[in-house]
Design a protein around this ligand. Structure first.
Ligand SMILES: [Zn+2]
Length: 237
């Protein structure tokens, strides 16, 4: 488990410490990738024990939908971000190259878990989840009390995309524009998310320097194809 560096309990899981067999070894938390459902359920229990609360995992649809969770262990509708202000609720964002982002509002205690992939970022999932956190505040402006932790994801040097795709995404998120080691078009999603959160007024932003494609300790869909998923987990206290 990698500590997310926030004031509340928040962490990113790795491949280690679970029960799944290859190619899902071992702490796969996703139930949509072909792994044994019994193993996935046991892995989720292991993660919940570490969180100290039952975890509501999101089911990403690569859009901008935000689901509000009001009970510990509540099942979430398909959404790319989960938000809660209820103490004892733990939220989990599943990813393997896409970017898991955990948010905490020190003013209200509200927390959010976000799955930010290329398409979700382009469509505005970061702005949408921050709007939901502001709703909890009765729309009061951001004042520096919001903090964020951007988890392990594919880095800009590894995320090669067609030139047209780089142009489309970086038109909206200029800091996403980058190139691979070989000089071909690429996108830096973690950097773009950090830049957007900074523009929105977040006081503290922690960004993991771990690249999922380059780290054998993490699941990478881009590297391995059929594989598991890890999670960013945050607990409302
Ligand atoms: Zn990389």
């Amino acid at each position: 488990m990698l500590d997310a560096g926030l004031e509340v309990r928040a962490f990113f899981t790795t491949r280690a410490g679970g029960v799944s067999q290859p190619p899902y070894d071992s702490l796969n938390v996703a139930d949509h990738v072909g792994d044994d459902p019994v193993d996935v359920a046991r892995n989720r229990e292991i993660v919940a024990r570490h969180a100290g609360a039952p975890v509501t995992f999101l089911t990403a649809e690569h859009g901008i939908a935000v689901a509000r969770i009001s009970r510990p262990g509540e099942l979430a509708q398909a959404a790319d971000a989960l938000v809660t202000q209820v103490p004892g609720v733990a939220l989990g964002a599943i990813a393997a190259d896409c970017v898991p982002v955990l948010l905490h509002d020190g003013a209200t205690g509200a927390v959010a878990a976000v799955h930010a992939g290329r398409e979700g970022l382009f469509l505005g999932v970061v702005d949408n989840v921050v709007a939901s956190l502001l709703d909890v505040r009765a729309r009061r402006a951001i004042d520096g009390e919001m903090s964020a932790s951007i988890g392990p994801a594919v880095c800009g040097r590894c995320y090669e995309v067609p030139d047209s795709m780089r142009a489309r995404v970086s038109a909206r998120h200029p800091s996403a524009f980058t190139s691979t080691r070989g000089g071909t078009p690429a996108l830096d999603l973690p950097r773009a998310i950090e830049a957007r959160l900074s523009q929105l007024g977040f006081g503290q932003i922690v960004r993991s320097k771990v690249c999922t494609v380059e780290s054998p300790a993490l699941f990478s869909h881009r590297r391995d194809g059929v594989t598991g998923r890890f999670a960013g987990v945050i607990v409302c206290e």
